[in-house]
Structures are given as structure tokens and as C-alpha cells.
Design a protein around this ligand. Structure first.
Ligand code: GLC
Ligand code: GLC
Length: 814
């Protein structure tokens, strides 16, 4: 069953039924001002940091789930009846409902008793504001006298404090109303230099800023007293809950349309120019007024929308593919790339499943997100890498998370996740391969943001590598610390107290539990670091890295292999995890995918054996589960993984993030059929037809799909913010289609299904457009390249002569 359809031409998903199984959301903004918007206009906005600069309020775990948002009410002033064109919050039975989620914008609308209304929501490029562009049309045969009411509920900035500290917060709310613009200025009188504003393009019949006046006692957003009455109360909030609402009257002749623009924005003033006049308490509006004036004009709004479209047109043009599979094309060309932008911006901080309060940007997550983002806006990738590296600790370890506004490491969670440092090498390698910008390695970057501790970025990578060498366990494998990639495999935790954090509770010294996963990651990162060292002319250093990775590889062979698959770990007693000797959790996906991806076992057939075991024990029709058999009880020595009921999350859920590791691993053993088959199983577009099972958005990857041990097998959860976005983009473009940026040029090595006759890719790489056409000439994966009509040896297309910006590559595969 479907709840809408793709419109690929417009790059939109069109939802045609408002009560989707879960809110199906979109992101507005892609630079500094962000909003989340559901298909019924629910959601919230913030500037840079979802916790510290929250602009609008959102109540967590509400029912309905996406309640609270950017609501507009229409009122028929003759009939005295009102409704919302976005269905929520009044939930009238509207006709022709549709929600079009597009690239950085959402259009929601419907018709009610002959009054058609739709609203286009978006954030103009380079602005800290969002536009709601409402168009109302009278489709009746008679004139209509209407009222429009807007509504937002302001958050008192720190979203955590806002939802807990009521004894203070009910007394601090402040607003100003000036020229029909509502300014939210809570705490501006003291240390804040920022305020929010809510403006309207039309003359107002009235306004409201006090929530309880607007709603009336014991009423909700579905039935505000002011809207019911049809007249704003011109309330001014002093304390309690400041809101913004405009009231505009509209008289529409039959067939007539009108547009009203609402502008919700964030603005900062220089600290010494906060007030105007300077000795007053009145917000200085000198620099914000021109911004508001610009967007009160619909011609400027239309131009801003066109600029947003052009921006995405450019970004999505960087890599364009044409394959025999429409789901592949749609995801790569539109939605997967778009999701990579969202994961780059948000990491795991703000979605409908990540509150924006709890987590900042993850060190491990953000580095992996680069794999799917570097080609889009390399300058932002560069900045992110330097920010991340600045939160690295002198030991080479890293804060697990940092706050995007302060860019400081998060002390609540701290460090000691022993995989973290290696992801920095992986992220930097991806950046270097894409851009060829070697200068980044010489950028001075501090440790733990301490001034004076600056060292070249390259030194940070060296310390990342050494971090593991200094932390080897009894078998010579890397010690796991609090956890490795799998945050829930907490082998030193041993928590028996409810409510303790599995990630930060440590009851063992940590000198025994080892991770085979980190060993695989160490090999991959070490080989990248060796290549980077060689590029810097550090031949000896490169050789020593390779000696270390070779040694680690043989340690994995000796102590990390279980006969038919790679072990997962050793616990704090030195017992095996992920072995046939275990009662449950005999085989895990992470090491099968990652060790093979890192090249371990390719020469001797172990890789093939490991992948056969994945197929036999872990693969299902909805994707590959994380481990088997699922843990049926809580294991003190394993931690959070066994806290989940079987089939969910890390306990044998289909954790989509590591499915692409197996996909890449299958390409490494030359099996394009299996690689693409696994890719298809979790591809949301391919799962659109089973919407009633999948339940999440069909246009973005979820973090998890319930595994076969779960009663809801196949049900997706936690859409949007997941490493799946970057990894799947990387897997399909760089490993299945095999168009792979490399240090010295564009490498081409497809491993596609046998029944694909070929494919085409246009790829913008280091300023050159490569038009690549691959044709199957046989069943194998051997590659022969013809570049601009000339056959070349090997699989790397070297950079063209300076000045040339187009290269044609013909690829024969067989
Ligand atoms: C979540 C975390 C990520 C972790 C994964 C597996 O997605 O954000 O850091 O690797 O879970 O536990
Ligand atoms: C929980 C989640 C896991 C996530 C971790 C870190 O344990 O299950 O996926 O990575 O929290 O916040």
C-alpha cells in the first residue's frame, strides 16, 4: 500500500493522504537556519544548534506524534467555520490534500468547501529565515469573506531548559510588536544578542502573542478561541508562553487568488548595538527591517525560491546516473544525495527520533557522513574535518560528540569509544580523494580546542593511528573501550542498575575486552594513512604503517576467525563474542562486512566464506540483520545490545548502516548480483509498495528495520539521520557502479549485476565532467577503458590536460 508517489521530474515526493503511518518529514534549510516539517506542517525550527538556539517549541512524544508546528487557520467569516489547509491541527475532512516534499522545500495544501489553499515553506539560501508562502483561491461561485490566522509557539531558546524549568520560564517571556511584526526577545535584556521575528506581508486585522489568550483556557491548537471568534485579541505576552499569530482578512471574488507571505526569522545584533535608542530596552531593528521588507515582496520570494532550486540543480548534477534500475536512479540522483546533505548538517542531532536536545554531532558519525557529502560542498566538508579534529584529545582519542554552536567536545559523554579516532582518517582520506586538496593536512588544528596545542592536521591522523597501537589487548587486537561502532556492545559496562547509561558506565578496567571490528577499521585506516604518507614523501613512515596493518591482519587471522566467519570481539573475561561457541549472538554482521571491505581474507577465500555465512545466517528479504541468534535475555557482560527485545535495533534488527559494508564486501569478491540485491532490499523507493509494512518515509533510509525475530518484521524506524545515507551512496556509486575518486585520478571499476547491459554516469570531479558509459561485453568484472577515444592501461583515468573540462570514458566490462 502507498500513501503517495514520487514525482521524479520535480524531484518531489507527493503524499496524498495526511494520516501517514508516521509523520513523513522534510528538512528546510541547509546552511545555518534549519526546520523540520512533517506532512501536516508539524515540526520546529532552530538556528545552527537544535538545543541551544531553538526558535519554535516542540513537545516530545506528543500524540499525534508531529503535533505543534507551522499552522495556518482559514476561517469562513460568513459561515463562522474554520479549518487548517494542512489538515492538522483541526483535522477537518479536507479534499485534494497533498504534501509535496522537495529539495529544501515543502508545499502543503487542500481544498475545503470550495476554498483552495496551499503553502510553500522554504528557507532562502544565505538567509536565517523561513518563508511560508500561502496562496488562497476562491473556487466557489460566490464571493468569500475569509480570515487567515498564522501561529507559531516560540521556544525560550534552550530547548532543554524550555521544557523543564517552568518556575523561571513562565516569568521571562518578552515580545515587541512593531509595524505588524512580532519580535520574540526573551532574555535579550540580559546576555542574548539574538531575537526571533514573525512577519506578514499583509496589513493585519490584529495579532496575538500570548498563548493562553489565543487558545483560551482548556483549549488546544485544534480549537483556538481567537480563531473560533474570528477576531484577534492583540495580546502582548508578559511571561507565560509567547507565541506569534497574525490575523489577516481576505475578500475573494469567485476565481480570485491571493498570496500572503509569512516570514519567521532569527537575527543577531552586535553586542554594543542591541538597543535603539541605545539607552532603551527596545530591540534595535535597523539591520533586520530591510530583510523583512525584502521578503514581504512576493517577487523577491519567488526569486529566492528559484535560487534554491538552482542550488539543488547544481548539487544533484555532480553525480548523475542512468542504470537499468529506476529505484537506483531515483535514490542516487535525488533522494540519497539529498539525505546525505541532511545527515551532514544534523549528524544525529535533530529529527523526529533524535530530539536535538540529547546529542550533538558525533565524531564517528560525522566523519562517516563525509563519505556521502564531500563531493557536494567540499569547502564545508573541509571546515567540518577541521572542527572535528579540534575536538580530538591529545591521546589521539576523541570526544564522542560536540555541540555545533560552541564546537566544543561534549563532557557529559566524554571519550573512550576506541573506534572514534580512525574515522577521522577515513573522513580525511575521502576528502583528499575527492578534492586533491593536500593543503588541508598542513592546517594547524588544536587538541581539545586548547589554544597553543595546534599541530598540523596530519599529526592528528598519526595520533589516531597510534591510539590503537597503544591500546592492544591480550590477543594483540584493539581494546574496545566503551564501545566500537556498535554503541550497544558495551563489554566493560557491567551495569545492573536501572537508568545508568550503557555508554558512560564503566565497571571494568578495560584491559581485556577486544574488538575485531576495530582491527578491521585499523587495517582500512592504516592503509589510507600509508597512502597519504607516501604522497607526502614519507616513504619510511608509509612502510611502517603497512607493517602494522599487515601485523593486525595476521592477528585477525589468528585470533579473529571462527572457522566460517570473523569473530566479533572478546569480552572482559577473554571469552569470544560472535562465535559458534556462543549460546546466542554467534555471528555478527559488522566484522564480516568491514574486514572484507578492508581487504582481509580476499586472497585465501575467507572473505567469500564469511559472506556466504552472512547469506546463510543473517540475510532476510528486508535486509541483513545485525546478529543471530538474537539475545533472548540481558547479558551483564555484553551491555545495551542485549537490552533490546529480539529483532530491534542492535539486537538483531536490520541496522541499515552496516548493510552497505556487506554490499561493498560483495563487490570486493566480484559478486555484483549479490551486492545489488542487498542494496535493493533496503532501498526505500523499492519498498514504497509495502508502505503499510515499512511505515517510514519511502524517500529516505531509516536507521533500522525490524529483524525477523521481531513481531513487526520489516517495519522501519528512525528515519533520516543515519550513517546508512552516506554508506549506501558510497556503496552504490563507488563500488557497484565503481566510479571512485582516488588520490591520483578517477578510478573506474564497476561490479554490477550480470543482467545489466550497462549504465551511464556523469560525474563532476575536480572541475572536470566525466561522461562515462559502461557496456557489458562478458559476464565478468574485467575493466577496459577508452578515454576520449584512446585505450588506456589500468583502471584510473588520469586528470586531463589543463584547461580541458570534459572527458568521455567508455568502459567495457566482462
Ligand atoms: C547509531 C549511532 C552510531 C552507531 C550506531 C550503532 O546510529 O549514531 O554512532 O555507530 O548507532 O550502534
Ligand atoms: C542507543 C542507541 C544506539 C545509539 C546510542 C548512542 O544506545 O540504541 O543506536 O548509537 O544510543 O546514543
Amino acid at each position: 500500500m502507498q500513501f503517495g508517489h514520487f514525482d521524479d521530474e520535480k524531484r518531489e515526493y507527493v503524499i496524498t493522504q495526511p494520516d501517514t503511518p508516521l509523520p513523513w518529514i522534510n528538512y528546510l534549510g541547509c546552511q545555518a537556519y534549519f526546520g523540520l516539517i512533517s506532512n501536516t506542517a508539524g515540526g520546529y525550527s532552530f538556528y545552527r544548534d537544535a538545543r541551544l538556539r531553538r526558535i519554535t517549541r516542540y513537545r516530545y512524544n506528543n500524540a499525534p506524534f508531529d503535533f505543534g508546528g507551522r499552522y495556518l487557520y482559514l476561517r469562513d467569516d460568513d459561515a463562522g467555520e474554520f479549518w487548517s489547509p494542512s489538515w492538522q491541527p483541526t483535522r477537518h475532512k479536507v479534499e485534494n490534500y497533498s504534501c509535496r516534499h522537495g529539495m529544501g522545500y515543502t508545499i502543503i495544501g487542500s481544498t475545503y468547501k470550495g476554498i483552495e489553499a496551499h503553502t510553500r515553506y522554504f528557507v532562502p539560501m544565505d538567509e536565517n529565515l523561513e518563508i511560508w508562502q500561502l496562496t488562497v483561491t476562491n473556487r466557489r461561485a460566490t464571493p468569500a469573506a475569509l480570515s487567515v490566522f498564522s501561529s507559531v509557539e516560540f521556544c525560550l531558546w534552550d530547548a532543554q531548559d524550555d521544557s523543564t524549568n517552568f518556575q523561571r520560564n513562565f516569568s521571562i517571556g518578552q515580545v515587541e510588536i512593531d509595524d505588524g511584526v512580532i519580535y520574540h526577545k526573551t532574555e535579550y535584556r540580559e546576555r542574548r544578542d539574538h531575537f526571533a521575528y514573525f512577519a506578514c506581508s499583509d496589513e493585519l486585522a490584529g495579532f496575538d502573542t500570548q498563548r493562553d489568550v489565543f487558545l483560551g483556557p482548556y483549549r488546544g491548537w485544534d480549537n483556538p478561541a481567537v480563531v473560533e471568534r474570528g477576531a484577534a485579541a492583540n495580546s502582548v505576552a508578559h511571561g507565560w508562553a509567547p507565541i506569534g499569530s497574525h490575523h489577516v482578512r481576505l475578500a475573494l471574488q469567485p476565481g480570485q487568488s491571493r498570496q500572503i507571505i509569512f516570514i519567521l526569522g532569527y537575527h543577531e545584533n552586535p553586542k554594543d548595538q542591541k538597543f535603539d535608542p541605545p539607552d532603551s530596552q527596545i530591540v534595535n531593528k535597523k539591520t533586520v527591517k530591510p530583510v523583512i521588507a525584502r521578503y514581504r515582496d512576493s517577487a523577491n520570494v519567488d526569486a529566492a525560491f528559484e535560487a534554491l532550486r538552482a542550488y539543488w540543480e547544481g548539487l544533484l548534477g555532480i553525480c548523475h546516473v542512468e542504470t537499468p534500475d529506476p529505484h537506483t536512479d531515483r535514490m542516487v540522483n535525488i533522494w540519497n544525495a539529498y539525505q546525505c546533505m541532511a545527515t551532514f548538517n544534523m549528524s544525529r542531532s535533530a529529527s523526529f527520533y533524535e530530539s536535538g536536545i540529547g546529542r550533538g554531532l558525533g565524531f564517528r558519525d560525522s566523519n562517516q557522513d563525509l563519505l556521502g557529502f564531500v563531493q557536494m560542498v567540499p569547502s564545508r566538508a573541509r571546515e567540518r574535518i577541521l572542527d572535528l579534529a579540534a575536538t580530538q584529545l591529545p591521546s589521539g582519542g576523541a570526544y564522542h560528540q560536540y555541540q555545533p554552536l560552541t564546537k566544543r567536545g561534549n563532557n557529559d559523554v566524554g571519550g573512550n569509544f576506541n573506534d572514534d579516532p580512525h574515522w577521522l582518517i577515513v573522513g580525511v582520506a575521502a576528502y583528499l580523494k575527492e578534492t586533491g586538496d593536500w593543503s588541508i593536512l598542513d592546517e594547524p588544528v588544536p587538541y581539545d580546542n586548547q589554544p597553543g596545542s595546534e599541530q598540523p592536521l596530519y599529526e592528528h591522523l598519526q595520533r589516531s593511528f597510534h591510539y590503537t597501537l597503544e591500546r592492544l589487548g591480550p590477543h594483540g587486537l584493539p581494546l574496545i573501550g566503551r564501545a566500537d561502532w556498535n554503541d550497544c556492545l558495551n563489554l566493560n559496562c557491567f551495569s545492573d542498575t536501572p537508568g545508568q547509561s550503557f555508554q558512560t558506565t564503566t565497571n571494568k578496567e578495560g584491559k581485556v575486552a577486544e574488538s575485531v571490528f576495530i582491527a578491521g577499521l585499523f587495517v582500512l585506516a592504516g592503509e589510507e594513512l600509508a597512502a597519504i604518507a607516501r604522497h607526502r614523501g614519507l616513504e619510511e613512515e608509509a612502510t611502517s604503517y603497512l607493517a602494522q596493518t599487515a601485523k593486525m591482519e595476521s592477528t585477525v587471522r589468528e585470533h579473529g576467525w571462527d572457522g566460517e566467519w570473523f569473530l566479533r570481539a572478546y569480552d572482559a573475561f577473554g571469552h569470544k563474542v560472535g562465535s559458534k561457541e556462543c549460546e546466542e549472538g554467534k555471528i555478527f554482521i559488522e566484522t564480516q562486512g568491514f574486514c572484507v571491505l578492508a581487504g582481509i581474507g580476499l586472497k585465501d577465500g575467507w572473505a567469500r566464506l564469511a559472506l556466504d555465512s552472512v547469506r546463510k545466517h543473517l540475510a532476510t528479504e528486508h535486509g541483513i540483520v545485525l546478529q543471530q541468534p538474537a539475545y533472548s535475555r540481558y547479558y551483564l557482560n555484553l551491555g545495551e545490545i542485549s537490552s533490546y527485545p529480539p529483532g530491534y535495533k542492535e539486537n538483531a534488527g536490520i541496522f541499515c548502516h552496516n548493510n552497505p559494508w556487506v554490499i561493498i564486501a560483495e563487490t570486493r569478491v566480484g559478486n555484483g548480483d549479490a551486492a545489488h540485491d542487498y542494496y535493493r532490499r533496503i532501498n526505500p523507493s523499492a519498498r514504497e509498495a509495502i508502505g503499510e509494512v515499512h511505515r517510514c518515509e519511502p524517500y529516505v533510509y531509516p536507521q533500522m528495520i525490524a529483524g525477523r525475530d521481531a513481531p513487526t518484521f520489516g517495519e522501519a524506524k528512525n528515519s533520516w539521520l543515519t550513517g546508512t545515507a552516506a554508506w549506501n551512496y558510497y556503496a552504490i556509486t563507488q563500488w557497484i557502479l565503481g566510479i571512485r575518486p582516488a588520490y591520483d585520478g578517477l578510478e573506474i571499476e564497476p561490479v554490477i549485476p550480470k543482467n545489466w547491459a550497462g549504465f551511464k554516469v556523469t560525474r563532476l570531479f575536480r572541475g572536470v565532467t566525466y561522461r562515462i558509459e559502461a557496456r557489458r561485453v562478458g559476464e565478468g568484472n574485467a575493466v577496459a577503458l577508452v578515454v576520449d577515444g584512446v585505450p588506456i592501461a589500468g583502471k584510473t583515468v588520469p586528470p586531463p590536460a589543463p584547461g580541458r573540462t570534459e572527458v568521455a570514458v567508455k568502459v567495457s566490462l566482462g
